[in-house]
Design a protein. Structure first.
Length: 141
């Protein structure tokens, strides 16, 4: 073959490569951290205030994994009015789970036996004495 044929062969292989790359990219699942991320950014000042409230606490909540349970332990001085815990999976939003924190009791346990293995962020949001607090911790299951 002469030089001209090799150029045509190179262009054909390049076209196949680009076509395969487009097919792979179109089939890739892209999950956003939040479906409503723009509005979440607009109200982020409230989140900053919750984080600052949590920084003023002497004892932060403790989150630990024991067997198939996730234990959330609050200090005895915590009088939770209401709250929630979100188990956020950064790699797949379909694995996120929400739990309600009980106002009674400083130790709360949640069953995580159905969770897939991986990294999760435990995001705690609770109200105490009329103030909102936010705390997060990385948990490996």
């Amino acid at each position: 073959m002469n030089f001209g044929h090799w150029i045509v062969v190179a262009f054909v292989f390049f076209a196949f490569f680009i076509g395969a790359l487009v097919v792979v990219c179109v089939r890739e699942d892209i999950s956003l951290v939040s479906d409503d991320y723009y509005n979440d950014e607009l109200v982020y000042q409230d989140q900053i205030e919750r984080i600052n409230n949590t920084k003023t606490l002497i004892n932060k909540p403790e989150i630990s994994k024991v067997g198939n349970n996730l234990t959330v332990r609050f200090d005895q001085q915590f009088n939770i009015e209401k709250g929630e815990m979100k188990m956020f999976c950064p790699s797949n939003s379909k694995l996120d789970k929400d739990f309600v924190l009980s106002a009674a009791g400083n130790i709360q346990q949640f069953d995580i036996s159905t969770f897939e293995k991986g990294m999760y962020k435990a995001k705690l949001l609770w109200t105490m004495h009329g103030e909102e607090y936010y705390y997060e911790e990385i948990i490996y299951i």
